[in-house]
Design a protein around this ligand. Structure first.
Ligand code: IPM
Ligand code: MG
Length: 365
């Protein structure tokens, strides 16, 4: 059997710091008979600084050929004035688009030790375990025409929300498949009351459901009502499937329910490769957090849990993933807190590196 390969793209801001902790976890798995071949590359502002582009063709090629990509974060104020075509975010969007990672799994799970950190009441969030499946390669993020054009004597900014039936059908299938392995419920969210693309979305999801997944419970919500329900009683959901832009918004809201953006991992999956593994990129939901970068304050848990998702979805190591998740839970239950996890009553924060060390220690325990 060949050693599975991973490309690490740590990126910008806190990306390199949190990824350094993932490296410790990867090394630990190496000591347990699960070695990975790890290579590193540049993405985002880091790639722009070195090569004048947020993702070189060579790195793109490497991403296409490895078994999984782990990404830290991209972006920062230093790059705000850059032309849109070379902004750090374009590197990430190119990876998603060219690897055709259409299904973005964003779990929002509330760790018991952190239930009091949510802005919502404990009973609303304790035990929360939902997944947002966000369409990631189409919609308004990529639709044409797009641009800022001159119309008469003023400028007009244009983006296009566009979905084909097959794009909707494939992400719907991935949500139904996921639901079958969970609590068997899917809620689809769009704005069919105002958008044609929303009407088509609802029709196609309904058709795929009737034809292939009628054993799964399906409901529909307008995305604005869905956002409201997510804050009112999130436990009513199991799997939410939605488009690229609504998924971007709803997943940030869902993240906050769990107490900290620093906790949430994600998996972006595409079609199976020749070896049967899906094309895959794993990244924390949080961004590059330039305000705390380089200070050892960042929470590495979202990035570490993203690696747990890689173990589960790319490397068929579900047991290893569960073990890693349990180690995180243990460390939190023991009171280990990075700065983002300190509640109103304060306490002492540990560093990014110490959090990583404790998780590795809990893995061995
Ligand atoms: C996310 C981020 C990205 C997005 C940015 C960094 C391009 O907000 O992954 O949620 O908008 O998709
Ligand atoms: Mg986002």
């Amino acid at each position: 059997m060949t050693t599975p390969s991973i490309l690490i793209l740590a990126g910008d801001g806190i990306g390199p710091e949190v990824m350094a902790e993932v490296r410790k976890v990867i090394d630990w798995f190496g000591t347990q008979g699960h070695a990975f071949e790890v290579e590193e590359g540049l993405v985002g502002g880091a790639a722009y600084d070195a090569h004048g582009t947020p993702l070189t063709d060579e790195t793109m090629e490497r991403a296409q050929s490895v078994d999984a990509v782990l990404l830290g974060a991209v972006g920062g104020p230093k790059y705000d004035a850059l032309d849109f075509s070379v902004k750090p975010e374009r590197g990430l969007l190119r990876l998603r688009k060219e690897m055709d990672l259409f299904s973005n799994l964003r779990p929002a799970q509330c760790f018991d030790a952190l239930a009091d950190f949510s802005s919502l009441k404990r009973e609303v969030v304790a035990g929360l375990d939902i997944v947002i499946v966000r369409e990631l390669t189409s919609g308004v993020y990529f639709g044409e025409p797009r641009g800022i054009f001159k119309e008469g004597n003023e400028r007009v900014g244009i983006n296009t929300q566009r979905y084909t039936e097959s794009e909707i059908a494939r992400v719907a299938r991935s949500a139904f498949e996921l639901a079958r392995r969970r609590r068997n419920k899917v809620c689809s969210m769009e704005k069919a009351n105002v958008m044609e693309s929303g009407i088509l979305w609802r029709e196609v999801v309904t058709e795929v459901h009737a034809a292939e997944y009628s054993d799964v419970e399906l409901s529909h919500m307008y995305a604005d009502a869905g956002a409201m329900q997510l804050c009112r009683w999130p436990k009513q959901f199991d799997v939410i499937v939605t488009d690229n832009l609504f998924g971007d918004l709803l997943s940030d809201a869902a993240a906050m329910l769990t107490g900290s953006l620093g906790m949430l991992p994600s998996a972006s999956l595409g079609a199976p490769m020749e070896n049967g593994r899906p094309k895959a990129l794993y990244e924390p939901v949080h961004g590059s957090a330039p305000d705390i970068a380089g200070q050892g304050k960042a929470n590495p848990i979202a990035c570490i849990l993203s690696f747990a998702m890689a173990l589960r979805y790319s490397f068929d190591l579900g047991e290893g993933a569960a073990r890693l998740e349990a180690a995180v839970e243990t460390v939190l239950a023991d009171g280990a807190r990075t700065a983002d996890l300190l509640g109103p009553e304060g306490g002492t924060a540990i560093s990014t590196a110490e959090m990583g060390d404790r998780i590795v220690a809990a893995l061995s325990a």
